[in-house]
Design a protein around this ligand. Structure first.
Ligand code: CA2
Length: 155
């Protein structure tokens, strides 16, 4: 699809247990809450003239439905932290492939420096780009990356 036909909304989707961010395991995930992540995303998006649909679900099917919604609405992009679904979900992979919306997979932690079973992502196969290990700043970097893709600079 031509980039110009996309609207100016970025979907930021968060998977299972991310509602607990900032309340448990701060040594791994930090002290920022999901509300803080939302604020960060809105600020980064506004700088590029994007609106944000910010969502979290503990249910795989709901995440799949939201990816379909982003496709139907011709979203400018998706930033997704699939959380545990990263390592298990063929369905999230298939949904991202199906809708064709530029998608950045984002992880707070460096999943490659953690347990071996976190090193594989089904989602990465469908994603345009992957960011991990920058803490919650990765979400803002992902939005910056989508904006750069939507309006590539002349070389
Ligand atoms: O680093 C990330 O962002 C992860 O996507 C987080 C997932 C984990 O399964 C992935 O391997 C990497 C875990 C999300 C759960 O988040 C919590 C936050 C605070 C307390 C408990 C869980």
């Amino acid at each position: 699809m031509a980039k110009s036909t996309r609207n100016k909304t970025v979907y930021v989707l968060n998977g299972p247990n991310l509602n607990l961010l900032g309340t448990r395991e701060p040594q791994i995930y930090g002290r920022a809450t999901l509300k803080d992540v939302e604020k960060l995303c809105r600020k980064a998006a506004a700088a590029h003239g994007f609106a944000v649909e910010f969502r979290q679900s503990n249910h795989e099917g709901e995440i799949v439905d939201w990816i379909h919604e982003a496709g139907a609405n011709k979203a400018a992009g998706i930033v997704i932290n699939p959380a545990g679904l990263t390592h298990t979900s063929v369905s999230v992979h298939d949904a991202i492939k199906a809708v064709g919306v530029p998608t950045v997979e984002c992880h707070i932690t460096n999943i490659h420096a953690r347990e071996p079973w976190r090193h594989h992502s089904y989602v990465s196969l469908a994603a345009k780009a992957v960011i991990c290990g920058f803490g919650i700043d990765g979400y803002a970097l992902a939005i910056d990356g989508l904006a750069a893709t939507a309006a590539p600079r002349k070389r």
